[in-house]
Design a protein around this ligand. Structure first.
Ligand SMILES: [Cu+2]
Length: 286
């Protein structure tokens, strides 16, 4: 007997065994099939109703979620300087056109290299076909994570995808945790932390700066990312102190590990970024 014939015979025997099992199953329990079906049918509905319940531990790890998918239109054109074009598509592949205004904008785009250097926060413009476009400069070669942060039909989304810029890649080490950070423009920012609360105070030439300008409808904007997988954390601005001189957020750290916090605030008509490393230790340890 040839090998092919042996496989065919074996497949035939298997089919008989399964057919026998199916007959035996239906003979023993005629309702088995129906029960199986009814047990499964509520699942999609349950999945939908729980989608908005309870905060997810981390966002931005997936390119598609809750029916929408992030698509970069020109990934092959990634260069040091380009116009990045992307869109959000639904399960039928149709471009989503309607977005809600969140923090003053319909689309927030965060770009950061995988080693957590080169952070950018951009506001793309919507094109006539519903897609989005933004000038993007990448300072050095490497893999970059792109997060589209938006809300559509009342549902918040943070979807992520990678862009690759060819060239010699030199990874930057994550800076050690420090209580202060200086922006490119010379502002010194102090970070105080108590549990999940992060409180930032801005200084210029040793003096506390109190007259922060509104940025995206608030006193500041915070993005927190986990080292390793670049999970995008849930961050909530907290009501300001009566003196109104610091910027407070509640940050939900989903696990132990190291995180990079990017605080942005506006002064002199410009947006300034201060970055901090936060180390979250074992809650049962030291
Ligand atoms: Cu934004």
């Amino acid at each position: 007997m040839s090998a092919g014939a042996r496989v065919a015979l074996f497949a035939g025997l298997l089919a008989l065994v399964f057919a026998g099992a199916a007959l035996a199953g239906s003979a023993l329990d005629p309702d088995l099939d129906r029960e199986t079906t009814s047990a499964h049918s509520p699942a999609p509905e349950a999945g939908h109703s729980t989608a908005g319940e309870g905060p997810a531990k981390a966002k931005g790890l997936a390119q598609a979620d809750n029916g929408l998918r992030l698509v970069v239109d020109n990934p092959a054109e990634v260069a040091a300087s380009q116009r990045l074009r992307f869109r959000l598509v639904d399960e039928d592949g149709a471009t989503v056109r309607d977005f809600d205004v969140e923090q003053d904008r319909r689309m927030h785009l965060i770009v950061v290299r995988r080693d957590l250097s080169g952070f950018q926060h951009l506001h793309p413009k919507q094109t006539a076909d519903g897609g989005w476009e933004v000038p993007l400069r990448l300072a050095a070669a490497g893999s970059y994570r792109v997060f589209a942060d938006f809300s559509s039909a009342g549902e918040p989304y943070t979807l992520g995808t990678d862009l690759h810029l060819d060239g010699r890649f030199v990874a930057q080490e994550l800076p050690h945790p420090a209580p202060t950070s200086t922006t490119d423009s010379g502002y010194e920012v102090r970070l105080e932390q108590a549990g999940d609360e992060a409180r930032f105070t801005v200084f210029k030439d040793g003096r506390r700066v109190r007259d922060l300008e509104p940025y995206l409808g608030a006193r500041g904007h915070l993005v927190a990312l986990r080292e390793g997988d670049l999970a995008y954390l849930h961050v909530h601005p907290e009501s300001e102190a009566s003196e109104g001189s610091d910027i407070r957020f509640a940050v939900e750290y989903p696990s132990q590990g190291r995180y990079r916090l990017f605080l942005q605030f506006k002064l002199d008509g410009r947006v300034h970024t201060a970055a901090f490393t936060r180390e979250v230790g074992d809650p049962h340890g030291d």
